[in-house]
Ligand binder design. Structure first.
Ligand SMILES: Cc1cc2nc3c(=O)[nH]c(=O)nc-3n(C[C@H](O)[C@H](O)[C@H](O)COP(=O)(O)OP(=O)(O)OC[C@H]3O[C@@H](n4cnc5c(N)ncnc54)[C@H](O)[C@@H]3O)c2cc1C
Length: 530
């Protein structure tokens, strides 16, 4: 191979951005193929008609911010764009409990082994905890509830990839005005601002206080020559004499233009669903990689995610204010009902306020109609709008990780094959019940009324933003897909480096662990001289 890249990285989230950065720094010629757009603060979706959704089957029609898969027993939310899940995530960056690695992982992967990589990721992402004087009402409420149920020592603020300004105070007049965000150039040469608690973490921070991957790892990769190509959907991978062909469709307006890229190293980092689907298609549909391991698709996990809403009629919670998550109550020692889990304060963006703040020129005349404008203003100026008494209690626990991803015809026996997940809540139900019981205790301890989501009450249906597994790391190709270095069994130079390789639930938000694993995989590729 002469003129082509040394390495192709598929996907630019927590796995892909890290590997692209480290390989480019080491002198590899790197191409990053990313299905989504390159987003900027001015283009984040805000108005009704903006590009909110991604459609994996028809990316030429919809190639927006959120890839929401409504599957039969579970729904999965994922980001799409340069920076992957870091664009949409709510910045919590924490290490897994050491006990996680004691079962279900290859012997080489221990907490001590990952520790230096966790530290590197923390530095690159600029993690920090929210300053005490900036605690939003939710954080104080969490601390109070933890104390009231006798677990005050388990409460703490969490590390987040956010740039805070320690001199900023929410109590000053106009504190939440974007002009109060302090502008600066970060260590990777990108413009950012400090957090002024706009509460829009999940829809793109308008002042760029989120330290997203496009502003650090990918910026560094590009400064070392990496070629990041947005709107490039990878459809299958095939083998060549000394490497791999990567078959892509580039989104050009309403057209999908096919082409093929070639490299001796391919790192699949399209996320738990994306990487597994791509490899399943390559093995079973395109049949270009027929020898992929039988373990492909197995061991999928929801990461034990669960959300309940607490109604606190006599308290002001303001869930739309401040970083979307700030703190946690830690039961990872299994002391609550025998199941390790963590509880976080949740928030959500005030879409109407965000709409009003969005760039005016993107609003069509009918959206600017006086009536709507007036009603939006009414809600925004109502100190947090109508949700002010709602407290989202959010958790992750260690589920059974017993789902299986498959390709099946979309309409039963007919239609093009689409990704499905066979997942049954049965094995994980006791863990979820333990979480629900603790949410209830916490909400009631501070005079709230806990409400279970209707999706759970009526259908035991779960929604997860933290999918894991499908290309699990391990030792047995019948059950796993990659070894401890991230290389696919029997496929020299083909790696998976993202949430798909995580073989068990982590029971915490997973991005820091995914990035730490990717750091280890990248250093393995470089030190092996691949
Ligand atoms: C609303 C929300 C909030 C979250 N909050 C947190 C949080 O606070 N902390 C935390 O740790 N985690 C959080 N997460 C989860 C976190 O975003 C994921 O765990 C993480 O992004 C997974 O990293 P990854 O590298 O596996 O995949 P991703 O980051 O999803 O990256 C995969 C990339 O591959 C691209 N891709 C997929 N298929 C293809 C293809 N065929 N061709 C080309 N490109 C492709 C995708 O567009 C994407 O950019 C949150 C998720 C959501 C949805």
């Amino acid at each position: 191979m002469t003129n082509g890249p040394d390495a192709i990285v598929i996907g630019s989230g927590f796995g892909g951005a890290v590997v692209a950065c480290r390989l480019a720094e080491a002198g590899y010629k790197v191409v990053v193929l990313e299905r989504g757009r390159r987003w900027e603060a001015a283009t984040y979706p805000r108005a009704l008609g903006d590009a909110w959704l991604w459609d994996q089957a028809h990316p030429d029609r919809r190639n927006g911010w959120l890839d929401m898969r409504l599957l039969r027993r579970v729904a999965v939310a994922q980001g799409a764009g340069v920076g992957g899940g870091s664009l949409i995530y709510v910045n919590v960056s924490i290490e897994a409990d050491p006990s996680v690695f004691e079962r279900g992982w290859p012997a080489e992967i221990t907490f001590d082994e990952l520790k230096p990589h966790y530290a590197t990721v923390g530095r690159m992402l600029g993690v920090a905890t929210i300053p005490r004087q900036q605690w939003p009402a939710r954080t104080a409420l969490m601390a109070e509830a933890a104390r009231k149920v006798g677990h005050g020592e388990r409460f703490g603020t969490v590390e987040q990839a956010i740039t805070f300004d320690p001199t900023w105070s929410p109590d000053e007049p106009g504190a939440h005005d974007a002009s109060r965000s302090r502008r600066f150039t970060n260590a990777y040469g990108r413009e950012q601002g400090t957090c002024v608690h706009l509460g829009e973490c999940a829809i793109g921070c308008p002042v760029l206080a989120k330290n997203t991957l496009d502003l650090n790892y990918l910026a560094r990769a590009e400064s070392h020559g990496a070629d990041v190509r947005p709107l490039t959907v990878v459809r299958s991978i095939g083998r060549t004499d000394d490497g791999y062909d990567v078959h892509v469709e580039r989104i050009e307006g309403r057209d999908l233009v096919p082409s093929t890229e070639r490299a001796r190293i391919v790192v699949v980092a399209a996320g738990s669903l994306g990487s597994t689907e791509l490899l399943l298609r390559s093995r079973d549909v395109a049949r270009t990689l027929p020898g992929l391991p039988a373990g492909l698709g197995k061991g999928w996990s929801t990461n034990g995610d669960f959300l309940t809403l607490g109604w606190h009629g006599d308290r002001e919670v303001f869930p739309t204010r401040g970083p979307t998550i700030t703190s946690a109550i830690d039961f990872r020692d299994g002391s609550a009902g025998g199941h390790p889990f963590i509880i976080e304060d949740g928030g959500f963006p005030d879409l109407l306020a965000a709409y009003r703040r969005g760039p005016r020129e993107r609003f069509s005349p009918w959206r600017r109609r006086r009536l709507l404008d007036r009603s939006v203003r009414g809600l925004v100026e109502d100190e947090g709008g109508s949700f002010e008494h709602v407290m989202p209690w959010f958790s992750q626990g260690r589920d059974a990780a017993d789902g299986t991803m498959r390709l099946r015809p979309r309409w039963g026996f007919f239609g093009a094959p689409g990704l499905t997940i066979d997942w049954n809540v049965k094995q994980s139900r006791p863990m979820l019940e333990a979480i629900i019981a603790m949410h209830r205790r916490l909400a009631e301890s501070i005079g709230g009324r806990p409400m279970l989501p209707a999706t759970w009450r009526l259908a035991s249906y779960l929604i997860t933003p933290h999918p894991l597994g499908g290309c699990r790391m391990g030792t047995n190709p019948g059950e796993h897909v990659v070894d401890h270095t991230g290389e696919v069994f029997g496929h020299r130079g083909l790696y998976v480096a993202d949430g798909a390789i995580v073989p068990t639930a982590l029971g915490i938000t997973p991005s820091r662990t995914i990035a730490a694993l990717a750091e280890r995989i990248a250093s393995g590729i470089v030190s092996a001289g691949r």
